[in-house]
Every structure is written in C-alpha cells, then in structure tokens.
Design a protein around this ligand. Sequence first.
Ligand code: AVI
Length: 329
Amino acid sequence: VTKNHSSSTTKNTPTYDTAMAEEVLKGLQATQKYLPSKYFYDGIGDELFQKIMAMEEYYLTDCEMQVFREQATEIFKMLFGDDQHAFDVVEFGAGDGTKTRVLLKYFLEKQLDFSYLPIDISENVLEQLSLSLKKELPALDVQPMAMDYFKALEQLQSKSKKKVVFFLGSNIGNLTREDTVKFLQQLSQKLNKGDMLLMGMDLKKSPATILQAYDDQKGITRDFNMNLLERLNKELGADFQVENFQHFPSYNPLTGETKSFLVSKIKQSVHFSLLGKTVHFEAWEAIYTELSKKYDLKEIQQIAQETGFEVKQHFFDDRQYYVDTLWVV
Ligand code: AVI
C-alpha cells in the first residue's frame, strides 16, 4: 500500500492511498453513490471538526462535557468501586481528547495506576493529542494507535489487566447498524468479565434541534462535508468543483438517522487523474456522506443485550439530550 499525498513526488511518481482509492471508487460507482465518512478527517477536516464541536448548534460536546464535569465522582465509583488495581483506558475515536482529559485528570488525582491507549483514524490528531497530554498531564503513560476501529480491535490484547473502554462523542452514531453490532460484539469478546465500556450516545429529541446541529448558520458543517471532495482533489487527483455541489442534511425521526449528503447541482463529470477514472453525475444526484444515528433508551438496551454487554447505568446531561452509558461484560 502506498500511502501519501498526491503532491509527494518521490521518483516523480505521485503516490496515493490505494485502499482509499478503492473505497472511494466503489462508493462513487455504486447505483446510490456514497463516500465513507472516515475520510472527512484529514488535517483540514480535523480543524473543521474542532470548530464544529465549539459551535452553539452542536450541543453534543457541551452535553458530554457537562456529564463528565458534574458526574465524574459517580462515574468513577461505578467504574472502579473498591477495586483500584492497575488498568488500561482504551479510547476509540479519541480525537483531540478534550472531554476525556476531564476524566483522565480525575483518575491521576486519585493516583490510579493506568495507561491510556487512544485510537483514532487520524494520525495528525493523535500526534497533537500525545503532545498536549505530555505537557498537561506529564505523569500519564500514553500509547497511541493510529488506525480504524476494526484494525484496533484486532490488536487489542486480551490481557489480564482490567480494561475500561471509552467510546465517546457519539462516534458510535457514525457506524451503520450492522457495523455497530459487529464492532460491539467483537469488543465484548476481546474483553474479560468485569471490563467496562463507557459510550456516548446522542438521543432522539426535537428534529429541529438535531437538524440545526448538522446545518449551522455559519456553514462550518457544510465546509466539513465539502472538504471530503477537496481531499479527493488533493489526494486522488480529482477535479471536483465544490461550488457545483450542495450540502444537504436530513433527519428521520422514526429511525433516528441523521444523514448528510452532497448533491450535484448540475449534470457533470469528475475525472480522477491519478486513477485514470471518470465519474458521472446527473443533475441532483446525491452522494451519501455520513450517518449520525440518534438513539432511544429501548434501542440502547437492545444493542447491549445483542452484543454481550449489560447496561449498568446511564449518565445524562440536564436536558437529557445525550447519554454516557456504562456497560459491563
Ligand atoms: C464525529 N461524529 C460523532 C460527528 C457526528 O455528530 O456525527 C461528526 C459530525 N458530522 C457533522 N457534524 C459533526
């Protein structure tokens, strides 16, 4: 696998990520076009997502921060009780770790013996996270893993040390139902009895509130969605003209599925020079770019049961917009 940017010209041959190229072409050649949302997160995408988390409309981050700030003691008690032996904190989709930091700091203050294993698809974000943790929490042992969730699962050792797994920020909401179940099943199989999972899940609420979170006034989410096309231009030599596409989020209150699309405003062709391929768009043909699933408590219970976990406790924010749910194997 050659993994780099199209602009890198070692031996004058532009290189690209072949796995990415394959997935992108598969998605754009499908009858209903789609692109995997994990490709949002290049350097620019990471920055845009940080801006999203700071937006007024994007309530999810505030809710989770409130839960951790106000209920850290409760969460701590449920995670450890009297058993405060050495353990590992494994975090899937760690991102910039702003929210996790609140808990990590608390664990350090309690003088617990643990290592922190952050997992993220973005190498860039993990490097920044490790650097800032080194500065802010120098006593913390950090072992970063830059890879996607399923790869990381394969690498998780079934060690005897107790594991506390974090999957925060509603990251689970970006997986299809099938992948959600597959991921959680594989996770529970990797864990030992008594290991725990703390997972942030966004809840069903007023559809207008949800839609605004994915369609903010300033257009930051639009830019985030469009950046996917910019990335394909840079890394796969595509010639998308982003002004010919429209950001379109939707929410289905029956299923709790928020889906985002990029809709082609005109009939057009896009050429991928590095791949020697052309993709055609009819006017108003859409690319499905992201699922952000919203749950209700009954569904959460069902998924836990289906995947080998038991729900221990729900930690809600004041408005009950969001839940950090604690599961045990
Ligand atoms: C990372 N993930 C949980 C975000 C979400 O809400 O689905 C990504 C995002 N997409 C648009 N805004 C935020």
